[in-house]
Design a protein around this ligand. Sequence first.
Ligand SMILES: [Zn+2]
Length: 265
Amino acid sequence: MITPPYSVADQWFQVIQVTDDLSVTIEPYVHPFLRANIWHLRGSRRDLVVDAGLGVHSLRQDVPQLFEHDPALVVTHAHLDHLGGAHEFDQCYAHPAEALHTPAPGTLRGERLTDVLGLQAAYAAEFPELMVDAAPGPEFDPDSYELRPPKRWLPLTDGDVVDLGDRTLTVLHLPGHSPGSVALFEPETGALFSGDVVYDLQEGEELLDAINGANVPDYVDSLNRLADLPVTIVYPGHGEPFGRPRLLELIHGYVGSRTARSRTS
Ligand SMILES: [Zn+2]
């Protein structure tokens, strides 16, 4: 059982309407490092859901609107904060380079998380003992948390199109953060659902490329590819949406630092 001073959350998920057709669901009681965005884009024929959160509480029970319109769930990559709730969806799409059937074990313990993801020890010092600061229900036991594979998943590869009826999105395979990271790009609007390939960074933060499965040269190539696309707005795996100027700033910051590092090493 989760112990005091943690309390039971009234509402585990928070749903924020972003545009007429787009909302985002977040888990406010999850530590920011694992607090991922669950994007929900309405289509005329079916909906798109991008990523499924940590999986500590039922999306189907608390956010039923995600499931109402034949949703295609795209898991951008198999890290616990994106894959956790995927088992609740009937159809889940992901890149075959991600270990969906045998994901790394899930944990809500900060110290163990550092091991599981292969993070540098500096993170362990910053993580709290538990990566949630409330319980989703009175019976919650953080040590019984496990990452469950999806019921059924279908492979997505670069260039595939996700057709929602009145809108279509193109799949981009952008390895670097993980081997099978994908993003979804809507050419008509310039919208990019980027997963963890790129998200806005706070002062002192860096894109995560020193974890299990990450690859710096691939990451550089993937971000260079994104810079050449006519992206107007990014809906990232973590944090707030941002526009093209910030996207280019983040890409140039990363590519510049990693290129400089490879020249001096
Ligand atoms: Zn990730």
